[in-house]
Design a protein around this ligand. Structure first.
Ligand code: SF4
Length: 489
């Protein structure tokens, strides 16, 4: 049987044809020389790779070296590889002459996506998701969606419950670090000290699964104990509870430790058995077979230049305080807390990513490609394939609407409704101009004013753009926001 070369995001059993298949695993240090990743992300990836090597024992050749090419050439054996997750890795595999197999770890196969996408003008996740539900028979009652509705998002947008600082949900089993984690930490310390390798963010205890066993245990706990509470508050933000009822499994899926279909099947079984409500289950299923697969396929379907798309002409560099996660430099409570979450954990959930970090960047006109690169490096679950469509397309609207119908721009009113941040903030979400002016509220109107012509043809933006001209203080607001620029708010 041909030896299987597993990349560090192909670590689950479903990347092997047979449990006894010989394996090659390579730990490349050059990856960390090229760009500054979050320290906890580097730890998680190396820990996961080394744990897999330890599990496989003599079944695997495990090489720690500078580059993948050295390891493959030194081995000198035929290799097969499941389709890697970046263009650079695919090119490398092809140059090294390994056999390239179809991708695994996703639900929809490339030919199915191409058949669905061919000839469509705008590619919309919702259409793709419904197609996948029908094709796979997931959450279906015959030809109809379970419960009669495809998408229960409207039930999943509740603000945090009043007067609470945490959701009342059971904590997942704690991750216990072991000798492998200790060795990873020592190596990372040494690389920083002696090898000139730099990281962003703070070191901390490993919070996310690095082994299949940890990931399976967390999935089982999530479906059994947290999934029922997941849906209603999945968009809410609480300063004292960054995880809410989220599964914390995105990194495990993206390391390949879990197959999304096994998670979807468990979630559907919980619904069918009456252990979890449809809104929660449908929301979870949509994230996996809808959104996650959709952005994966768009990464390959859109041309490589998509990452440089910049339809709104956003040309400002990321300011240092943001790029280097200096949350203490920020007074705006929401942004400071979310940036601190990235600094301290390498993870915040999808709404802080979209409506606090991404929204701020879009309002200020920061370069979309630089934002995608930052999200890739700063998040434990970030990869080029994940962040390209998510950031360039959805978060920054830099593709002019190829994958979403309008920019995700919002003012302080949205953050105030969906979080407990504004009460303790030095700014006021209702104020547009002056010392107390919320940078999100003022930034929202300044963004619309700057992009009025570009957004004029978008019918979903017509009303907000019309609202601009009813603002008596628009000139003062624009001047104020130009003066604020990209300074830490
Ligand atoms: Fe954020 Fe504005 Fe609310 Fe402050 S007032 S927390 S800056 S939205």
């Amino acid at each position: 049987m041909t030896r299987r070369w597993l990349f560090a995001d192909q670590l689950g059993p479903h990347f092997l044809d047979d449990p006894a298949q010989p394996v090659l695993l390579v730990e490349s240090r050059a990856v960390f020389r090229r760009r500054a990743f979050h320290r906890q992300k580097a730890h998680l990836v190396l820990s996961a790779l080394r744990h897999r090597a330890a599990e496989l024992g003599e079944q695997a050749v495990f090489v720690r070296t500078e580059t993948y090419g050295e390891a493959v050439r030194d081995l000198g054996e035929p290799l097969s590889v499941c389709h890697p997750t970046s263009r650079a890795a695919r090119g490398l595999v092809q140059r090294l002459g390994a056999e390239l197999l179809p991708p695994r770890g996703f639900v929809t196969a490339p030919p199915e996506f191409t058949a669905w996408a061919g000839g469509r003008r705008g590619l919309r996740m919702e259409d793709f998701y419904r197609d996948a539900r029908r094709r796979l028979g997931i959450l279906m009652d015959g030809a109809e969606p379970a419960g009669g509705t495809w998408n229960l998002d409207a039930e999943n947008r509740e603000p945090p419950p009043r007067g609470v600082t945490r959701l009342d949900v059971p904590e997942p089993p704690e991750i216990r670090e072991d000798d492998i984690d200790a060795a990873v930490r020592e190596d990372l310390d040494r690389w920083e000290r002696d090898d000139g390798i730099t990281f962003i963010g703070r070191d901390g205890p490993r919070l996310f699964p690095a082994t299949r066993a940890e990931a399976v245990e967390r999935l089982r706990h999530f479906v059994g104990h947290r999934l029922p509470a997941f849906g209603p508050h999945e968009d809410a933000m609480l300063a004292g509870d960054p995880f809410l009822a989220h599964s914390r499994l995105s990194a495990a899926f993206n390391l390949g430790l879990l197959d999304p279909l096994e998670a979807v099947e468990q979630a559907e079984a919980a619904y069918r058995a009456g252990r979890a409500g449809l809104a929660s289950v449908e929301g979870f299923v949509r994230q996996l077979i809808g959104w996650r697969d959709f952005v994966w396929h768009l990464y390959w379907y859109f041309e490589p230049g998509y990452r440089r798309a910049n339809e709104l002409g956003a040309s400002e560099p990321l300011p240092r305080w943001f790029a280097e996660l200096d949350a203490d430099a920020v007074e705006a409570r929401c942004l400071s807390d979310v940036l601190a979450g990235v600094r301290d954990r390498g993870w915040v959930h999808h709404i802080p990513r979209l409506m606090v970090l991404g929204n701020y960047a879009m309002q200020r006109g920061w370069r979309p490609g630089a934002m995608a690169d930052w999200f890739h490096r700063a998040f434990v679950d970030g990869y080029e394939w994940v962040m390209t469509a998510n950031v360039v397309g959805m978060s920054q609207y830099a593709d002019g609407g190829r994958m979403s119908t309008k920019p995700y721009a919002g003012g302080g009113a949205y953050i105030n409704r969906m979080s407990d941040y504004c009460g303790g903030c030095r700014y006021d979400p209702k104020v547009r101009v002056g010392d107390d002016a919320c940078p999100y509220t003022a930034g929202y109107w300044a963004f619309l004013a700057r992009n009025e012509q570009r957004l004029a043809g978008n019918h979903r933006m017509r009303r907000p753009v019309q609202g601009l001209h009813r603002l008596a203080d628009l000139d003062a607001l624009v001047e104020q926001e130009q003066a604020r620029g990209s300074r830490a708010p």
